[in-house]
Design a protein around this ligand. Structure first.
Ligand SMILES: NC(=O)c1ccc[n+]([C@@H]2O[C@H](COP(=O)([O-])OP(=O)(O)OC[C@H]3O[C@@H](n4cnc5c(N)ncnc54)[C@H](OP(=O)(O)O)[C@@H]3O)[C@@H](O)[C@H]2O)c1
Length: 175
């Protein structure tokens, strides 16, 4: 019996937990977009309707699963689901057909909050800034996540701020 795929959150959060503003990002970090692509390519990716509309189209090389309660929502090339269970079931089916052991979650704040209990791994970009915003990443520091990798990045020519990428894995049974 194949194991359930891991659920990996991919997120960029500022020092005040802001992840977005006015249905967009609150910064430009060209270098971090590369990390986002590398983390999500070839895997099913779950996101909320607001995040999907802020991106505006399905990203190439990823099977996009959009959560919405709007029964009329339909976009070519996107899997539309109306509950967390349906999104996860679709993610599992797509992961099996793609031969991968991971489903990614690309936000936003609402969806991260609801799926945090099931999250196995977080690929976190800490943005070294504190911009105004209206979407936030939920608290996870009290949960049983262990840091497994960390990389500091100075701001490059296409970056508004320096940032640090940290990978966390959830510990199960003290492992
Ligand atoms: N920095 C980052 O890494 C990052 C990543 C992603 C997004 N963002 C930012 O975050 C913001 C968007 O986040 P958000 O929290 O406002 O919205 P969101 O999580 O992207 O989308 C929320 C929408 O998803 C649907 N939804 C949520 N839970 C559902 C459920 N259980 N069943 C069915 N549908 C469900 C609903 O759509 P309907 O209203 O259609 O029913 C809901 O309004 C934007 O500013 C975006 O740029 C930042």
């Amino acid at each position: 019996m194949p194991q359930k795929p891991h659920l990996t959150f991919v997120v960029a959060m500022a020092e005040n937990r802001v992840i977005g503003r006015d249905n967009g990002l609150a910064w430009h970090l060209g270098s971090d977009l590369k990390r986002f692509k590398a983390a999500t390519l070839g895997k099913p990716m779950i996101m909320g309707r607001k995040t999907f509309l802020s991106i505006g189209k399905p990203l190439p090389g990823r099977e996009t699963i959009v959560l919405t309660r709007d029964p009329s929502f339909s976009v070519e090339g996107v899997h539309v689901t109306s509950s967390l269970e349906a999104a996860l079931a679709k993610g599992e089916a797509l992961a099996a057909s793609l031969g991968v052991d991971e489903i990614t979650v690309a936000g936003g704040g609402d969806v991260y909050q609801q799926l945090m209990d099931r999250c196995d791994r977080i690929i976190m970009t800490y943005v070294h800034a504190a911009p105004d915003g209206d979407a936030f990443f939920p608290a996870f520091e009290h949960l049983n996540f262990k840091e497994t990798a960390r990389e500091d990045h100075p701001a490059g020519p296409r970056d508004d701020h320096p940032f640090t990428i940290v990978t966390y894995k959830r510990q199960i049974n003290g492992t």
